[in-house]
Design a protein around this ligand. Structure first.
Ligand SMILES: C[S@@+](CC[C@H](N)C(=O)[O-])C[C@H]1O[C@@H](n2cnc3c(N)ncnc32)[C@H](O)[C@@H]1O
Length: 649
């Protein structure tokens, strides 16, 4: 469709209705929008917020300095003193957009879309330039215009120079000024509606389709948001809220380039103004972040090595001890010697969160059910300090190649890579201390990295994804040993913000597996998961789950839920969960069946007695025996040593 803004150019004329709120939020974001270095955080196109953004950035720069001083490691990286001295110089975020534009990412992992970042400089520059008011485009500032007006007045004055009647002269001057003021007022009237003006909705679709001029669409979005925010006073006649909302949704689709189905799905997650902040944030790349691989180095050492290469970086925020935010770099950040030596992983900040929630303990046996390309598996391995075992599984064999490469590069020695459909667990192996299910999802949290999500997901896709996620989460739960001395936890996460893929899935799991309960994620920021959404009511404990948003937390949209398994038996009904809605049935895999039987009837019990709850426990002795046999085989193959396996008693 002509005029459809699928690109970041749309940010150039972003609706301004939300600017003040947005600015406020940016300062509190877990990834600081600090100092000149920030090229993305504050960089939306809200011209009205320019000065404020500059101040906010300056303020947060100071915060970043304080944060880094409070850090356990109590260091301050290269940029810190610079940012302190820069604070006073900052006047707006455009400076930073250009300064931060030359970052190169190089060979990035699959979970981190390098092209976005490589392109980001241009995008930001583009939007930065376009962010200037059109008034400024002719290169004349307000002073120039005023100067011309004054010259005109004096010109007419000089024509009458013969007339030395001061009163006439003064009257002419007054009349000229009045005419100019009226003209100026008239100009304003055509552009700006007064607070109390009623906004008249376009009458028919014809008019809407004609209005593909982004500026017209943008102006209408602003007006409709203004009306919706003060509906009683501002609405036109008997127009309903729905009339305005349906026009707004059409305009948002046009302006940001989403399909109608997804637009509606996302729009209702937020209050009106916040929805626009969310769509706007999706037009701007998120900060480039890396995770220190503590198996090989420490954050301070890594930071120093990268600073020596001219990389401008800072700690990600107080909440992470291993994250670094890279502002700009003269070298490709995905191809430095430190990167190749496995000292860090290019990893989105949001993707630290599920692993932090999982909180792996040394010597545990952990399953990462959907793990490629391994950002989280390798983090788990690092937290285990290469003890215990990480089963890094992924259903996509091709993707396991990058998983294996990352495991090697990062020096992970306690990982087993496997390639099963996650729904086949625990038939493959069970009894884990903890399971992470970072589920396949629609990616509505990472639209800034992959804009194709705006248009390539249909209602059917969402239904299929939600169904798959529900099946996977039950397998994840069933793969954990409730009797684990140190664990018994399951973390479910997605990089999507839709309710179907998050609260709906968790609610379903609570209903189908009353032997689990939700517990705190231990993450001290993030919005609470919804306990109600439109016509849906979820279990109250879903408030333990956490939502993360680009416009609020300056990181990808994300969702994290943590379950504790309290029994290996699945009770028939749990009173706490009795109020959960009945939903469609499917046949999950059981330990006994090994493979998931499809399309059959409900089967949560054992094969011999479907009514009897299944028992899933890891048999440590049996496993030890297997490990010994395999070690013996290995020794024989590698060194020709023959060990006689001990007979089990
Ligand atoms: C969000 S990505 C995982 C990212 C990964 N956790 C990381 O941090 O690098 C989801 C993964 O799920 C995998 N997947 C899709 N369907 C699956 C299934 N039925 N069982 C297991 N993995 C599946 C996809 O191949 C994809 O790699």
């Amino acid at each position: 469709m002509a005029g459809r803004p699928t690109s970041k150019k749309a940010t150039a004329k972003a609706p301004q209705a939300v600017a003040p709120k947005n600015n406020k939020r940016k300062v509190a974001a877990p990834i600081e929008a600090s100092s000149k270095k920030v090229k993305v955080a504050a960089g939306t196109s809200k011209t009205s917020g320019k000065a404020k953004n500059g101040k906010a950035a300056a303020k947060s720069s100071k915060n970043a300095v304080e944060d880094s001083e409070d850090d356990d490691e109590s260091w301050a990286y290269g940029a810190v003193s610079e940012s302190e001295s820069d604070v006073g110089e900052l006047d707006d975020e455009f400076v930073s957009a250009e300064e931060g534009s030359d970052i190169e990412v190089g060979a990035l992992d699959d979970d981190f879309l390098g092209d976005e970042f490589a392109d980001s400089g241009d995008d930001v520059k583009g939007s930065g330039t376009a962010m200037f008011d059109s008034d400024d485009e002719d290169g004349k500032g307000d002073d120039d215009v005023e100067g011309e007006a004054e010259e005109d007045i004096f010109a007419s004055d000089s024509e009458d120079s013969d007339d030395d009647d001061m009163e006439t002269k003064s009257r002419k001057l007054d009349a000229a000024k009045k005419a100019e003021a009226e003209e100026a007022e008239a100009e304003l009237q055509t552009n700006i509606m007064l607070e109390n003006d009623k906004y008249v909705l376009p009458e028919d679709d014809h008019e809407i389709l004609q209005s593909t001029d982004l500026q017209v669409v943008q102006a209408r979005i602003q007006e409709i948001v203004r009306v919706l925010n003060n509906f009683r006073e501002m609405r036109e006649g008997n127009r309903s809220r729905n009339d305005y909302i349906s026009q707004l949704l059409k305009d948002l689709c046009l302006y940001y380039g989403y399909n109608e189905y997804l637009m509606e799905k996302l729009f209702y997650i937020f209050p009106v103004s916040e929805a626009i902040e969310f769509f706007e944030a999706n037009e701007v790349p998120r900060p480039v972040t890396i995770r220190t691989n503590t198996l090989k180095t420490r954050r301070r050492e890594l930071a120093q090595a990268l600073i020596n290469r001219g990389v401008n970086l800072d700690p990600i925020g107080k909440w992470s001890k291993v994250g670094l935010q890279v502002f700009d770099s003269p070298v490709p950040i995905g191809a430095t010697p430190e990167y190749l030596a496995g000292h860090y992983m290019l990893q989105a900040a949001s993707s630290f969160l599920p692993v932090m929630a999982l909180a792996p303990q040394e010597h545990e046996r952990i399953l990462d059910m959907a793990s490629a390309p391994g950002g989280k598996s390798t983090y788990i391995a690092a937290l285990l300090k290469n003890t215990g075992m990480v089963f890094a599984n992924d259903a996509n064999k091709d993707r396991t190649k990058s998983l294996v490469a990352n495991i090697h590069r990062l020096g992970v020695k306690n990982a087993v890579v496997c390639n099963y459909d996650g729904r086949e667990f625990p038939g493959v192996i069970g009894g884990f201390d903890r399971v992470l299910l970072d589920a396949p999802c629609s990616g509505t949290g990472v639209i800034s990295k992959d804009a194709s999500v705006k248009t390539n997901k249909s209602e059917q896709d969402f239904q299929m994804l939600s169904q798959l996620q529900k099946e996977l989460v039950l397998s994840a739960i069933d793969s954990v040993d409730a009797g684990s001395k140190t664990g018994g936890y399951i973390v479910y996460s997605t990089c999507s913000v839709t309710v179907d893929e998050n609260e709906d899935v968790v609610n379903y799991a609570l209903k189908k597996r009353p032997n689990v309960k939700l517990v705190s994620t231990g993450l001290d920021f993030g919005k609470e998961g919804f306990t109600r959404y439109r016509e849906k009511v979820f279990h109250p404990s879903i408030s333990f789950t956490r939502r993360y948003y680009p416009h609020m937390h300056n990181m990808d949209g994300f969702y994290v839920a943590k379950f504790k398994k309290i029994s290996n038996k699945i009770p028939k009904k749990n009173e706490d969960n009795a109020d959960l809605d009945e939903e469609e049935e499917f046949t999950p895999i059981t330990e006994n069946s090994g493979r998931r039987s499809r399309g059959g009837k409900k089967n949560t019990g054992s094969e011999s007695n479907p009514e009897e709850p299944e028992k899933i426990a890891f048999n440590a002795d049996e496993d030890e025996e297997l490990i010994k046999v395999s070690q013996a085989k290995l020794l024989r193959a590698q060194k020709g040593i023959k060990l006689r396996p001990k007979k089990s008693t």
